[in-house]
Ligand binder design. Structure first.
Ligand code: SF4
Length: 412
């Protein structure tokens, strides 16, 4: 899917908080560690073993329930302990290079993460899409992508690196900071933002990259995001979107348990080999078998299949019929995504009437098949347009790849 924005830079950009502007410090971060990992990190700086469990619980609450980004705000931790933590660890947020707000309320942040090892700093975009009764945050898992789906602009960019669990979570936490989705730091202890009052109600791993090629870090981040004593997002409200890395689909079901979305886009192997080349390694029969085996499926827990509508490529009624046949018996929803052209692509978006005919067929066969209307298409129109516009605006300041929302990984 593609998301479009008003490119007017938010006037509040200059008023970003000092914490938000500060880069992640080179000190290791406590964000993104499992409880066990955090315990080990604390033991490593001399926190007595008998205190570890209690300290981990305290830190978990401050970091993930209250969203503090400064040890000084952890009021029930002694000054000496706070100073010790401060000396060794970071809990800061990524630098917010840019924040844009579209006319329809969609927000986009350009985050900069510091260099890791010998690499360079990287920038990625995270998008917040408010809708009636819900708000969805679209999160990236890699900078660039190793796969080369032919309709996807991200696929034309080399992989720079995987994001760490910290960086995946940082997108969520920084977005919640900016949206006022963490309790005010003066809120009395225990008074947390109730689930129904949240701005970010859903998370989709559908930004840049193939999340299942970064399985361990994505798993860590999503288990922390869904931890009931922390960020507390229901696993039913987290969707991981994959192009079809079959072995890791099984692992996702067993080890993470979030909702699944598949970038399907074609119903015949010859065509899918071309559109989503990972199909050569894991063909449709294997992919669909893994989907059928995904644990916990029901009409209330459906797999989302993303299907980008490409004129005269995959949009015939025969394709629609084959789609229905292929998915028979799988609790499924099919998101039809009008293709957003980008510079250099040979594909065109299907005609609107054809998209509707396709949708009607699938719908009449009993599958929900919403047509995704790109937001603010007049301004962003395509991933490529967003990228070139950003490059034009910030020519002298390009560091690595700019992330963009892609046509391939779709939201629930
Ligand atoms: S659709 Fe997803 S997996 Fe395919 S190239 Fe684009 S980002 Fe990579």
């Amino acid at each position: 899917m593609s998301i479009s924005f008003d490119l007017t830079t938010h006037a509040a950009r200059d008023a970003l908080g000092a914490t938000a502007r500060a880069s992640l410090a080179p000190k290791p971060s406590l964000i993104g560690l499992t409880r066990a990992g955090m315990g080990e990190a604390l033991a490593g700086i001399g926190v007595p073993q008998r205190q570890i469990k209690m300290r981990v619980a305290q830190l978990w609450h401050w970091l993930y329930v209250r969203g503090v980004a400064d040890f000084a705000d952890m009021l029930n931790i002694s000054k000496d302990m706070r100073a010790l933590l401060e000396r060794h660890f970071s809990i800061g947020r990524p630098e917010i290079v840019d924040e844009q707000i579209s006319n329809d309320g969609t927000r986009k942040w350009l985050f900069r993460f510091p260099a890791r090892g010998a690499g360079r700093p990287v920038e990625i975009e995270t998008v917040y899409i408010p809708e009636e009764g819900r708000g969805t945050l679209c999160v990236s898992s890699q900078v660039g992508c190793t796969l080369t789906c032919s309709f996807c602009h991200t696929g034309t960019q080399k992989l720079v690196r995987n994001l760490t669990a910290e960086e995946i979570l940082a997108q969520l936490m920084a977005a919640r900071d900016r949206l006022g989705d963490f309790p005010d730091k003066n809120t009395p202890d225990g008074a947390i933002v109730p689930a129904e009052g949240r701005k970010v109600t859903n998370v989709v791993m559908m930004g840049m990259g193939e999340p299942l090629y970064n399985f361990e870090e994505v798993k860590k981040a999503l288990l922390i995001a869904s931890d009931g004593d922390g960020l507390s997002l229901s696993k039913r409200r987290i969707t991981l979107s994959t192009s079809g890395v079959v072995p890791e689909i099984y692992r996702t079901g067993e080890e993470i348990g979030v909702m699944l979305a598949i970038s399907l886009h074609a119903v015949r192997d010859d065509l899918r080999d071309m559109l989503v080349p990972i199909n050569k390694k894991y063909p449709l029969a294997e992919l669909i078998k893994a989907c059928r085996a995904y644990p916990g499926l029901s009409n209330a827990r459906r797999i989302t299949f993303e299907y980008v509508m490409l004129k005269d490529v995959n949009d015939s009624l025969d394709d629609a019929k084959e789609l229905v046949r292929l998915l028979r018996g799988i609790p499924a929803k099919i998101n039809l995504i009008p293709f957003n052209p980008w510079p250099g692509t040979n594909y065109q978006c299907s005609d609107w009437e054809q998209i509707e005919r396709f949708a009607d067929y699938v719908n009449n066969a009993g599958y929900a098949s919403p047509i995704r209307t790109p937001r603010g298409r007049d301004i962003l129109a395509a991933c490529g347009q967003l990228k070139s516009e950003s490059e034009r605006m910030r020519k002298t300041d390009r560091l690595a790849l700019e992330a963009m929302m892609i046509a391939g990984h779709g939201e629930e």
